[in-house]
Design a protein. Sequence first.
Length: 166
Amino acid sequence: MKWYVIKVQSGKEKKTKELIEKELSLNKKESVISTLLIPSQKTIQIRKGKKINVDKNLFPGYLFIECESINEVESNIKHVNGVASILKQPLTKTEVDRMLGQEEVKENDETVFLNQTVKIIEGPFDSFIGTIRELDDKKQRAKVAVLVFGREIVLDLTLSQIMKNE
């Protein structure tokens, strides 16, 4: 089985998924697919002073389908209301792992110290150089001060996002 991407109308992922499932069952094709997925993450939002559990869509405008071949189901789902297009190129294992949240976390074995100069190797400040201001070994986090447009900004980073500056 391989994973494929279906581009759908943003904000209508759940409805489009239901319509695709209905169309596949009408055409007796539900046995051809393994999974039809909307990757989401449970988050807590505060509305009117109350905490509310919300499913946040990780890839707005996309559905993911696992099947033997997309050609078997393409004719049934390409005309479903809400479907914009179908990518016929299967996803790689790395892309699928990232989508499912099973991406390997890389460990950084380097020991870093307070006031040490480090290079940020991941995230929006990738390749910035900074100085460690605080370390939390329990949580594997560091507060790193970097200069951005001449101003010092302190970033809260994981230890895997930094490395010793050589």
